[in-house]
Structure formats: C-alpha cells, structure tokens
Design a protein around this ligand. Sequence first.
Ligand code: FAD
Ligand code: SF4
Length: 511
Amino acid sequence: MQTETLRIILGDQLNRDSPIFEGIAEGDCFWMAEVLGESQHVPSHKARSAYFLSAMRHFAQQLRSEPFRLEYYHLNEHSWPSLKAALAATLQSLAPARIVVVQPGDLRVHGELEAAARDADIPLEILSDSHFLSSPEHFACWAKNRKSLRMEYFYREMRRDYGILMDGDGPAGGSWNFDSENRGSFGREGPGMLASPVSFPADAITQSAIDDVNGYLADNPGQTTHFDWPVTSEEARRALQDFIDNRLIAFGDYQDAMWAAEPWLYHSRLSAALNLKLLNPREVIAAVEQAWRNGTIAINAAEGFIRQVLGWREFVRGLYFTYFDRFSQGNALNANEPLPGFYWTRETHMQCLAQSITQTLELGYAHHIQRLMVTGLFAQLLGVKPQAIHAWYLGIYVDAVEWVEMPNTLGMSQYADGGLMASKPYIASGKYIQRMSNYCDQCRYKPDKRTGDDACPFTVLYWDFLMRHEKTFSKHPRMALQCRNLARIKPQEKSDIRQRAAVLRETVDSL
Ligand code: FAD
Ligand code: SF4
C-alpha cells in the first residue's frame, strides 16, 4: 500500500491523546523505532533504556489492537546508530508523501529527523505538543523584555491563567508560596516507618526489554535488578493514586530532606511517567488539588507539589527551547575539571555522594535535593566542566530527557548560564548536607571543618569556590552574606583552604 503520511511516535511521546492521532487517513502509517544509538550518544542507565523500550513496546501493543498500520523497528532486529539512519531506511522503503511528528523534546533529535527528511526530499511537519500547558511560544513571549526570569512569576501567571489552586482572584490558602514550611529535616530520629511505593513487577514485555538492554547494552552503567516502574498509562495512574494516598501528605514538609538508604521518602516517582507522557500533567495537578479541597492534605503539600509540576516543569521546558544555546554552550564560571570517576563507580568515602550515587546506579533515581545539593553541588564546587556533568545527568536517571535535564543541570545546578535560570549559584558547605540528612553521621569527614585531612571536601571546596569567584560575586546582593563570612577568615586559614582544595582536586578519586 502506498504510504501517504508517515506519523512518527518518539519514545517519549506515548500519549494516546497526542495530536499525532488527529486526521488519520487511509494509507497513513505510524512509525516507532528502538535505536541503539539513542542509548549510546551519552551512556544511558540500563534502567532508563529498559523503561523507554518497555513503555514503547506496551504502547505499540495498544496501537496494534486498533486499526492502525504500524512500522516498528525492534532493537534485536536492527542496531541503528542513530534515529536519522533508522528513519532514512524507512523513507527509502515506504516513500511516504509527507512526515509528521510532535515537537521532539530534544533539539538533537529534531535535527536528525529534519536531516533525514531533507535528504529524502520529503516534507516534515512539526506539530505542537499538547501534553504541556504552556508552549515554547507562550514562554518566549512571557520572557521577552523581562530583566530577570524567575519561576515564581511564571508560576503565578500559570495558576491565574488555568485557575489552579485559586480562591477567586487570590491564591488558595492566602499565599502563593509555602516554601518556608517546606524545608523540614527529619531530626535525629529519622523518617520512621515509610510505606513502600506501589511496585510494578516486570511482565513479559518489560522482561524482554530488560533482557535486550542487558544483552545489547551490557557495558552501559546501572542495573535493572530493582526495575519496578510504571510502564503504561494505567500503571502510571495507579502510581499517582498511591502517591496521593500515602506520601503526598508529607511531601511539602520533607521535600528537601535526605536519609541514608531511603531513596523515595515522600517523593512521587512520577517524573519518568510524566516525561514519557504516560501521565498528563493536568490530571496530576487536578488530583492533587482535589486532595487538598477534600481536606486530605494541607495546603503546603498541595502547593509545594503543584509548584513542581505546573511551575518548574513548564518553566524549564520554556527555558530549554528559548535559550538552548546559552545553556548548551554555557560555562560562565570557566569550570574545566573532568567528572570524577566515582560518579560511575560509587567508590568514594564521602557518604553523601556514595549513598546518592549508589541509589542512582541501582535504581536510576535520586530525588531533587540529592541531584542539586549532593552530586550537582560537588561538581560545581570542584569546578567540573558543565558539559561533562550534563552528559552524566542526561544518561543516568530514568526520567532524563534533554528539555528538562539541560536547564536543571546547566542552569540551576551549575550556574553555567551565568544566572539566567537561578539568581545565584546554589552553593553550600557540608553543614547544609549535615542539616538535611544523616549522611555525615557515617562519614570519615567532618562537615564543620574546612582545613585538615578530615575536613569535609564540600566545606573546603565551598570556601575555595567563594575565594575563586570573589570578584564575580562580591557585589551580588544575594551573595553578600556569604562574601562577608569569607572576609572574616584570616589570610593564613584562607591559604590553608586553598592548599587543601588543590590536594582534593588532585586526589579526588581517592577521597
Ligand atoms: P517529585 O519530587 O515527586 O516532584 C514531582 C514532579 O515535579 C516530578 O515528577 C517532576 O515532574 C516535577 N519536577 C520537580 N522538580 C522539577 C524540576 N526542577 N524541573 C522540572 N520538573 C520538576 N527532572 C526530570 O524529569 N528529568 C531530568 O532529567 C532531570 N534532571 C535533573 C538534573 C538536575 C541537576 C536537577 C537538580 C534536577 C533534575 N530534574 C530532572 C528535576 C527533579 O530532580 C526531578 O524531576 C525529580 O527528582 C523526579 O523525582 P519525582 O518524580 O519523585 O519528583
Ligand atoms: Fe558529605 Fe561532607 Fe557530610 Fe561526608 S561530611 S557526608 S562528605 S557533607
């Protein structure tokens, strides 16, 4: 049969309400491809690859139960080096009159699809992505002519525009922001008994994905042993309900807290299901708002969670499409150290890093504060080249897709964009980690020491960072306190800190 329109469905576009399903004509064909190169351009965690493959295979099974034509390239039949190569082969064999795809969430992928279409001289139409509430155009318009881009103001507008958590014209609960209530730590007694999140044991399709990953991507990082993620929309909805019933109640209070051997705490584990579009953010937001209106949870939990999905998630996507070059090329602090090897092996005595990286390699998951204030913070204080830590984050988490990973890493975590996303660098000494976790209790280093062999490397590097960048930040209003504290340190101690920092850099993989 002659192919009229080739309808591309990418691995993170698994929503049946997608515009790709609009206006289907006889002769149209859907196209999905498992591409080896997509797990290799940066080394992708085995659980991340298995998540994509399993979710794609489940979605393909759903499509096959409907009267659609589907061309599906399976990993074990082809080993495509790139999406471009896989698409080029299809364009040659099916010779469609046109191609359509929903806007890819990765500009590299977008470029590959365009190049394949151009080479084959077939028109490619890009549809806007209705999964998100905001569009890149809407964001660019909001950002235009603003002196600074602060998520808070974008988020307030989104709440007003969509009537989310509003009481009339004002914010529900009388405040836009309950962040000050959302910085709790567990104290010495720890989080106590935590309900385990609902688990989704591998069915035959997931097992086939896991087996293929372990066969074809054996050298990639990470494990699949504990894989229990929701891989269909139905499972993702169960995961959402489980979160609302069992963890949302304390999400706000302990959003920033960490605890050894407790990877999930009160977090939702929904990011990958959202990013693959198994879940619609509107559905997630509505369910959380309803839980507050029913009186099941407090306003700080509801607002804290909705801020992440309606605020941060939509905001970072806008930043990615509007300021891609500034993020991808950015190195505002001229950081050029390589990424320490222990990011791949977990072998370090620094307990906060050992714990966060261990769970990352085992599960493909770490929560936001572990990413921002442990692995991200250490890379920034050490002075790791931003693009090197970006490549790690882009492969190592099950939820990693470039539109969300890049601004979070290069903007929020590394300040490589020079302050476009975050008004100041997110830096802290080991004392912050001590306050927010129990990691330091089991560590050979002392978080309050900044000189000597047992000084916490975070603390040494924090003061060294302030000294290295004193000129840049001395007049920054939000860094004034940190710079004043630096000024109080005596010259001899400053020199000792510098020397210790130099030793740490040289011996980082044995710390
Ligand atoms: P929860 O803590 O339960 O939060 C709820 C939801 O809010 C998340 O599922 C997510 O969809 C959204 N969300 C929360 N924070 C953010 C944020 N800063 N940006 C965008 N959405 C947010 N998130 C990704 O989805 N993919 C990534 O590749 C990614 N890379 C990151 C890299 C760095 C350096 C940092 C600091 C953060 C990154 N994040 C990324 C954001 C955040 O850490 C994860 O979304 C979150 O940890 C996922 O776990 P969860 O679903 O349990 O989230
Ligand atoms: Fe991390 Fe320093 Fe605490 Fe050790 S002492 S766990 S290195 S913050």
